[in-house]
Design a protein around this ligand. Structure first.
Ligand code: NAD
Ligand code: FES
Length: 283
């Protein structure tokens, strides 16, 4: 059993959950995730371990409330106990000394980026962090990332914080200047963002790593739900990833598979009580 130590709304529809899980807190490495099974009837939800405190025996998860199960999870109060947490799962990030690395987080993907960027900085990389969101209220973890980033650059679509535009506009600026061009890029966020980053860096032969978020069920390589094509080969993101060479990923297939249960997801959302439904997301 895994008690919720705190549950805090940090951006629209985005909660930071701290959960007591001492064994996972000790064992986890950057890039790994857990599968949360809140109760016997609940769906299994894969979530990246954004941070861990081995002394306190806690892990930190960021949950974007967008569907039936994530809305039910974030509605749980502090003190509530989760039935099961499987993990740490997935391959840890390969932390290498690249020199200058651009770490790019789109929206809630910034929470997944945080442990990777921190681990890269910890071994002496010069980390240039770029984070983006629709507007200032969607920018998360800026203070935490600034603590170890050589530079923290922000992009918002409405220009309410940092540069106006997408994270890719900021990345273009880095690549265009020979003094700031990165030796490697890590990108985490919506699929169109990761594809756009990948297309930009391929043209300059900059090594690029993305963290993929396909539908997952068991998280242990048994069900095939998380299959992705990488370099023309079938991979299971839960055991072979979740991080892959961006230039080898079939993003069109990933985007297509993510829509597989869209109708069911919409039907399930209607079953939620009004107060648990996500706030509308206007573009
Ligand atoms: P969002 O749609 O608000 O986008 C956040 C930022 O990403 C934008 O402000 C922009 O800077 C960038 N971006 C988006 N589309 C882009 C494009 N076409 N080209 C260049 N940049 C682009 O993101 P959100 O609502 O916070 O996140 C939701 C999405 O993130 C979901 O699709 C979810 O599945 C995905 N996600 C991915 C991971 C992962 O591990 N890859 C983790 C969590 C969430
Ligand atoms: Fe089942 Fe990866 S989630 S094989």
């Amino acid at each position: 059993m895994f008690p919720i130590v705190s549950n805090e709304l940090i951006a629209p529809n985005l909660h930071r959950l701290v959960i007591e899980a001492p064994r996972i807190a000790r064992a986890r490495q950057p890039g790994q995730f857990v599968i949360v099974h809140a109760n016997q009837q609940a769906e299994r939800i894969p979530l990246t371990i954004a941070d861990a405190d081995a002394t306190a025996g806690t892990i930190t998860l960021f949950v974007q409330a967008v569907g039936y199960s994530t809305c039910r999870l974030v509605a749980l109060p502090t003190g509530q106990v989760l039935r099961d947490l499987a993990g740490p799962l997935g391959r840890p990030t390969e932390i290498k000394h690249w020199g200058r690395v651009a770490c790019i987080g789109g929206g809630v993907g910034t929470a997944v980026l945080y442990p990777l960027a921190k681990a890269l900085a910890d071994i002496g990389n010069q980390v240039i962090t770029i984070i983006g969101g629709r507007s200032a209220e969607f920018i998360i973890l800026a203070d935490e990332l600034a603590e170890f980033s050589a530079e923290l650059l922000i992009a918002t679509e409405d220009g309410s914080c940092g540069k106006q535009g997408f994270v890719t506009h900021v990345l273009q600026g880095l690549i265009d200047d020979p003094r700031s061009v990165p030796q490697a890029v890590y990108a985490v966020g919506p699929v169109p963002m990761m594809k756009a980053v990948s297309d930009m860096t391929r043209a300059h032969a900059i090594k690029t790593i993305v963290s993929l978020n396909p539908i997952m069920i068991d998280g242990t390589g048994m069900c095939g739900g998380c299959r992705v094509m990488v370099g023309g080969e079938l991979k299971f993101a839960c055991v072979d990833g979740p991080e892959f060479d961006a230039h080898q990923v079939d993003f069109a297939l990933l985007a297509d598979r993510l829509t597989t249960y869209r109708n069911e997801e919409c039907r399930m959302l209607e079953k939620l009580p009004e107060k648990q439904r996500p706030a509308s997301r206007k573009r």
